[in-house]
Structure formats: structure tokens, C-alpha cells
Design a protein around this ligand. Sequence first.
Ligand SMILES: [Mg+2]
Length: 268
Amino acid sequence: MYQAFLVDIDGVLTRGSSALPGAVDALRVIQTQGRVVLLTNNSTRSQREVAQYLSLLTLDVAAEDVLPTSTLAARYLRERAGATMVWVVGEAGLRDELIIAGHELADRPDRAEWLVVGMDRRLDYEKLRLALQALLGGARLLATNEDATYPTGGGLVPGAGAVVGALRGMGYAPEAVVGKPSRLAFEVALAQLALPAERVLMIGDRLDTDIVGARAAGLDSALVLSGVSAAGDLARTHVRPTWVAASLADLCAGRAQRCAGDDGRLSG
Ligand SMILES: [Mg+2]
């Protein structure tokens, strides 16, 4: 049996600002079966803000068991580079986590040692100009994630990939990307759980981040079809989760199918 679960948020527990049907009860069920850490590529909120937001939806998880890419990026930078001077293209949650981790926000872009980039719903030409000044001044580039899109109640909107893509368009590629499918995200989460990959199940709604990343890090994975990836996407790719279920509620109720073509270990 799995001893812990890494659970994505958007498309698994929530859609837009609502809990998905059955998700509240399903989360409680899996919390009785093992430790649950929420691993989300969202960079706009801090760890604490994500936990507070989820508690309003009666999805209750301790703040330290929530790992958004705002937290992952700040910790990664602290581990690799110590306390640094940063310039940020992103939202308040990312700034907050960088400060909590001991970094300092530069007052001018050319003073930054690192440019940290995440989803920014107020991105404009001036922000790109300032980011370029940081890069021309020698700042190294760290990205929270590169999700192409982001699901909301009103459909898909541009994700952090659109912001990172604007920098790529200026000729700058990130030195590291901390969010799924990057191994870095799974390393931090497994370290927090203090468990080997074989004992942990990743539950997510995206083949290209949750499932690809889990496989690369050696975790079994469950794709739930309540978010971005649909059954048709599974038919068009050779990426194979260990399990497929319509939703987290179905997965918890035992209504999951072992994925045809999966060559992973047997679980249980
Ligand atoms: Mg998701």
C-alpha cells in the first residue's frame, strides 16, 4: 500500500474557486490512509495563503503540507545560492515566500543576482523591459513552472509558461524550473515525507506535469480526468499513469483502472 500521497490542487481538489464534487470527503478519506502533501505548480500564492484558501472550501491541510512553486522556488534558491538579491516577475505569494526564505527584493533590476519568474496576471511590456535589465545585468534566471495554461471556472487561461515564454523570446532560458515535471519538486516533497518514491502515489490531472514528473521521479501515479487531461489525451500519448480514475472521489472509492500499457511495479 502507499504510505503517502502527493496531491495536485487545480483539477483534482478544485476547479476555479470551488471544490470539485466529492473532493472534500475524498481528501478526508486519503488523509486517513496516509500523509497527504499538496504539490501544486501555482506560484501566485504562498504556502499559508493556499492552506487558508483551501480551508474556506473545507479542504483542510496544514500549511507546511502545502508545497506551491512559490515555496519551492524560494527554498531552492536558498539551498543553492544562499540568501540572494532577487528581482521578481510574478505575484505577491512568490514575493512573500522569497522574503520568508531570507532573500531580498532588489530596488533596481540591475542589482539582482537572480530573476525569479512565475505566473503574473498583470504582465506587461514594462515588466518585461525591467526583467531584461536584470538579465543584462547578469541575473540568473529561475522559473517556478512552465505550465502552458491554467484551469479556472471560466476555462483555461495563460499559465506561467506564457511568462517564461516571453523571456525565452528575448533569448533567455531558465537555468532551473522547480515545478512539476521537474525532479526538484518531487525531491522536496519526498524529503518532507521522509519516504522512498515507491511508497508514494502522485495524484494529478495533467499528463505533461503530474504524470511525466512522477514517472521520472520513480513514483506511481494516478491521473484523474476532472481537470486538464482527458481520456482522449491519454490515447494520443505514450505517457502512462499507473492508475486512471474519473475523479479523486472515484479513485478513493476504488473506481480506478490500472492503466493499459503501464510497465510500472505492482502496487499494494
Ligand atoms: Mg492540476
